[in-house]
Design a protein around this ligand. Structure first.
Ligand code: BDR
Ligand code: CA
Length: 311
């Protein structure tokens, strides 16, 4: 029997975050200790309600949800409803109650410190909550096995600005704190995600009718919006790919770079700058996922959502 990995997921659902939660829960690979929410793709009210909505769909209400930061460390929040829809889940309008607890940072610290062995922290949104947790109590780093971050772009262009990927752009100061933290860090970048697209028809393969219909309602508008913005014709799977890295690291190409976050540049704020020189700095070496096998991911995603055995 496979030993499940203990994880904590920090997220801003968001359509692809929602699919990532489906994959994390249905794959049975993880003991999800908690979900913490952050403002990013949309407001904290929406991201927290959406997280609950998705867990309801998955019959996974035993997983606690703690709401966190309403805005980045500095400046005002930039959201992405133009991609994820008015409420953050495409054309869905979740009506479940919004239950804000405002304690994600404290709960993160509590859970990490109380855990009997080092735990993995996965971030699928801006890094505000984790940065605050590190600022409040850096000793948590000693009980973290790995921080896996969806964010950044190394050779690819940005997706929020020409230089910056969305999660890093929304809170570059927080990203800089996390990327400098003394802990094993893995960045799942746009380089690893941009070539992977899920056409709407792919979701027809989900056997659970309720999950299928909900997933399609989320993804349909998300695809339309990315088509207008980026001329892409399938759903981008940034956050599910980040979960997939943990499930199947063998499908991923990982390089090591010293990475800095630009926090000041007029045109480059939020850019992740890897030292790709022949003789690079090695002060802050981070593991960077540069490629993930698209066909394998697509196949496995559906198998896991359908809880089929993977050979
Ligand atoms: C990231 O930005 C968000 O819009 C997505 O949910 C993902 O986490 C991709 O740049
Ligand atoms: Ca996200």
């Amino acid at each position: 029997m496979l030993k499940k990995r203990d994880i904590l997921i920090d997220t801003d659902p968001g359509v692809d975050d929602a699919i990532a939660l489906m994959l994390a829960v249905r794959s049975n690979f993880f003991n999800i200790q908690a979900i913490t929410t952050v403002a990013g793709n949309t407001s904290i009210e929406n991201t927290t309600r959406n997280a609950r909505y998705v867990l309801d769909l998955l019959d996974a209400n035993h997983i606690p949800i703690y709401s966190g930061s309403t805005e980045p460390l500095i400046g005002k929040l930039h959201t992405a409803e133009f991609v994820h829809g008015t409420y953050g889940l495409g054309s869905l309008q979740p009506k479940n109650e919004i239950q804000l607890t405002h304690d994600a940072v404290d709960q993160m610290i509590r859970i990490i410190k109380a855990h009997p062995h080092p735990i993995t922290v996965v971030t699928l949104g801006p890094l505000t909550n984790l940065a605050k947790a590190i600022q409040q109590d850096a000793s948590i780093l000693g009980n973290i096995e790995e921080v896996v971050i969806m964010g950044g772009a190394i050779e690819e262009a940005g997706n929020m600005t020409r230089a910056a990927e969305f999660n890093i752009y929304v809170d570059p100061e927080a990203a800089a704190i996390v990327l400098k933290a003394d802990v094993r860090k893995t960045l799942v970048t746009l380089d690893a995600c941009n070539h992977v697209e899920l056409p709407l028809s792919h979701f027809d393969e989900i056997k659970d009718a309720n999950l299928r219909e909900n997933a399609k309602k989320m993804v349909e508008d998300y695809i339309k919006n990315t088509l207008e913005l980026e001329s892409e014709s399938g759903a981008k799977a940034y956050d599910p790919l980040t979960i997939y890295y943990l499930i199947n690291p063998a499908a991923c190409t990982v390089k090591e770079y010293d990475v800095l976050v630009e926090t000041k540049g007029e045109h480059t704020r939020g850019m992740t700058i890897a030292d790709r020189r022949k003789v690079p700095d090695k002060n802050n070496v981070i593991r960077v996922v540069m490629h993930i096998e698209a066909d394998l991911f697509k196949q496995d995603l559906m198998k896991y959502l359908n809880q089929e055995e993977i050979k």
